[in-house]
Design a protein around this ligand. Structure first.
Ligand SMILES: Cc1ncc(COP(=O)(O)O)c(C=O)c1O
Length: 401
């Protein structure tokens, strides 16, 4: 207990980022993961490449060819330098560290990705959250005024934004970049799902950094983020990147993934089609407000979002409840786009939530899934009961014997 007094009091007050412990039979639509993996043939090839990994040696990102593969796959300009991170989460932390001087300010739009604020707090920096409009668009005047007033060393702009999905108008973002006094990070975690990117501008302007990740295009488990920007700023960042932050297996798998972008792009295409379909169906329900999405999720406002979230959970579907996390997110849910049959089940439960009140009113897919789960629970209980009875019977036999 005495040792605890040496831990920073502000950290002791914090709560750890809760990674949901999701039962295996759940449909997981809470974290913008891609539901698809490579075809069997590619998985076997990947396994073979991984088996040759020199895991007894420290990995060397510079010589493994991954940066060249990234440049190639995403047309990163020659003028830009690239730094790799253990997920873009690590780069968010390092970029915050880069500007962490006493009195410095970090700015982000709100609501947005929670790690911007969290990292500012971690490094003891001032944090200014500039509210979005009620429709989650960027309010250019408010942001420009806030830039002038607070002169942030670092501005975060998720493009498209999380947890709202709404793509900001490019001209607004350009005006904000032009006016910013410090570094501006355009976080394009969901860039593959929108029609626009600032990557072609990377390297042209010292203050512009473009942050991306492989997580949202099918490789969340690899933990591979990358940031592109002017050689001068990336050169400074390199000084604080921990040595060997990337592991040998991730480097091999990421390079492999980039060599098979046709399959990755096919998955992205399918998810975009599903996003359009989901948005169209939900928009046709008068009780649901659907926000335009440029990402692999959609954010919706519906009556009694908390109840809808619980109903989805009852049907073994996990989405993100946004209600309560920010005033603008009242009664909002964020739903990651999954496989067609998964999305159908989400729609079935939400339809039942919005328009009916009995499970029997569910669309057939969700109803049978719920029934199957209940049958599974009863079967497990029956087996457990039988086993317990058998143990008791054996015990009583051995005691009597
Ligand atoms: C806007 C945004 N940036 C960055 C991240 C972090 O992604 P990762 O660390 O998996 O690369 C996320 C994850 O949800 C995100 O939504």
């Amino acid at each position: 207990m005495v040792a605890m007094s040496f831990v920073r009091p502000d950290i002791r007050e914090m709560k750890a980022y809760a990674v949901a412990d999701v039962p295996e039979d759940f449909i997981k639509l809470d974290a913008m993961e891609v539901p698809y993996r490579f075809s069997e043939t590619l998985q076997q090839q990947l396994a073979q490449e991984l088996s040759a990994a020199e895991y007894n040696r420290y990995p060397n990102p510079a010589s493994c060819g991954l940066q060249a593969a990234l440049r190639d796959a995403f047309a990163i300009p020659e003028a830009a330098k690239i730094a790799l991170g253990n997920g873009s989460d690590e780069l968010i932390q390092l970029l915050t560290m880069l500007v962490a001087q006493p009195g410095a300010t970090v700015m982000a739009l709100e609501p947005s990705f929670v790690m911007y604020r969290h990292n500012a707090a971690l490094f003891g920096l001032n944090y200014v959250g500039v509210p979005l409009n009620a429709d989650f668009s960027l309010n250019r005047d408010t942001v420009l005024a806030a830039l002038e007033e607070h002169r942030p060393a670092l501005l975060w702009l998720a493009y498209p934004n999380n947890p709202t999905g709404v793509p900001f108008a490019r001209e607004d973002v350009e005006a904000v970049i032009a006016a910013a006094p410090g570094l501006v990070v355009i976080d394009e975690a969901y860039g593959a799902f929108s029609g626009d990117s600032f990557l072609p501008q990377a390297g042209q302007n010292d203050k512009l950094l473009v942050l991306r990740t492989l997580s949202k295009i099918g490789f969340a488990g690899l933990r591979l983020g990358y940031v592109s920007g002017s050689p001068m700023v990336i050169g400074e960042l390199e000084k604080i990147v921990p040595p060997y932050n990337m592991n040998a297996f991730s480097l091999i798998a990421a390079k492999f993934a980039l060599q098979h972008m046709d399959e990755v792009n096919a998955h992205i295409g399918r998810l975009k089609d599903e996003r359009r379909l989901m948005s169209e169906i939900l928009s046709s329900w008068d009780k649901v407000q659907v926000f335009e999405s440029g990402a692999n999720f959609i954010t919706v406002r519906l009556p009694e979002a908390q109840k809808a979230f619980e109903r989805l959970k009852e049907a073994r579907i996990l989405v993100k409840l946004l209600h309560g996390s920010h005033a603008l997110l009242d009664n909002c849910l964020r739903v990651t786009i999954g496989k067609p049959e998964e999305n159908q089940q989400v729609l079935a439960v939400l339809q039942q939530h919005c328009f009916y009140n009995r499970h029997s009113d569910l669309l057939p897919a969700a109803a049978s899934r719920m029934k199957r789960h209940k049958r599974g629970v009863w079967a497990a209980a029956a087996i457990a009961g039988a086993l317990a009875a058998m143990v008791l019977w054996l015990l009583s036999g051995s005691l009597i014997g």
